[in-house]
Ligand binder design. Structure first.
Ligand code: PDD
Length: 287
């Protein structure tokens, strides 16, 4: 069965799908994206993902490519055509196609919209949850507006590659004061010595992850304490647990950072508890 992509109004074979060479996403990383989890045939937290898409578009003054209702239908149709029951969709909106010029194209230039969908193997995610993952720390070298989910991910890609070459799976950004920011494609959490779930405030300097927001609802439901505050690398290394959140991975336990074990070097119980309760709390919309 061939994979199908949605590209600017058409459903095309994934292998034939293409955008114009002067798409501003390609030339300037002038676009935004969302990745959303599909689980057991349900789209997880779609409302929050579309709300964040709206914010990203407004911050960059890119127009919506179509109405929200129409976009939802296209997302569903792309998922149906790809027979995704567990996996994800990727959605990208750019400022469209125009002769290369740094300033914005003429008013009315249509934004480009691409949606892809893929199935993932739940066994791979389960193995990461059982074994935990390793992380390294890196200095944050990104632009100041990482609160916008822009497709400009070169520093993130470099950091992930650095993690891979160090035998790890995620790179955690550290700010100039030695405080933990977020992963290359995840938010970072720790469980401190009195069992409080701690994560950095999302007002500035990190992406406000949708999984992060829903996990707060989960923690509240489970009666766990949460604190949004800055925490240092040494606090993280001394934590009871460290875990990462993102759509599609939900809640991965971190068992070592820079080669140093977190607690006893095994996944902890809090991350397991919140992961197990996650889908009961998250919004689920049938495909
Ligand atoms: N990444 N921080 C960064 C820098 C991210 O790229 C992501 C998501 C997150 C977590 O956000 P959410 O919970 O909304 O997925 C935090 C996606 C999955 C990606 O780039 O593939």
């Amino acid at each position: 069965m061939p994979r199908i992509a949605y590209v600017n109004g058409r459903y095309v074979k994934h292998s034939d799908a293409s955008v114009h060479i002067e798409d501003r996403g390609y030339q300037f990383a002038d676009g935004v994206y969302e990745v959303c989890e599909i689980r057991h045939g349900y789209i997880v937290d779609l409302t929050r993902h579309l709300n964040r898409l709206d914010r990203s578009l407004r911050e960059l003054r890119i127009a919506w490519p179509m109405s929200r209702a129409a976009l939802t239908q296209v997302i569903r149709e792309t998922l149906r055509r790809n027979h995704v029951r567990n996996g994800l969709f990727y959605l990208q909106v750019t400022r469209g196609v125009a002769r290369r010029d740094h300033v914005f194209p003429a008013e009315g230039t249509p934004p480009s919209l691409v949606i892809t969908a893929k199935s993932t193997d739940p066994k791979i995610i389960a193995a990461k949850n059982t074994n935990g993952i390793k992380a390294i720390t890196v200095t944050d070298n990104r632009w100041d507006r990482v609160d916008i989910k822009s497709v400009g991910l070169l520093p993130n890609a470099m950091a992930r590659q650095q993690a891979k070459e160090a035998g790890a799976q995620e790179a955690i950004y550290i700010d100039g004061e030695g405080m933990v920011k977020e992963g290359a494609a995840t938010n970072v959490w720790m469980v401190d010595s009195d069992g409080t779930l701690v994560t950095r405030p999302a007002e500035h300097g990190i992406l406000r992850g949708i999984t992060r927001t829903t996990l707060m609802d989960v923690a509240a439901k489970l009666g766990l304490k949460i604190a949004e505050r800055n925490f240092s690398v040494s606090e993280m290394l001394a934590a009871r647990e460290v875990f990462l959140t993102a759509a599609t991975s939900i809640c991965f336990p971190v068992v070592s950072v820079d080669g140093l074990p977190i607690a006893n070097g095994h996944p902890g119980s809090v991350s397991q508890k919140v992961r197990e309760a996650f889908f009961d709390v998250a919004e689920k919309i049938a495909i």
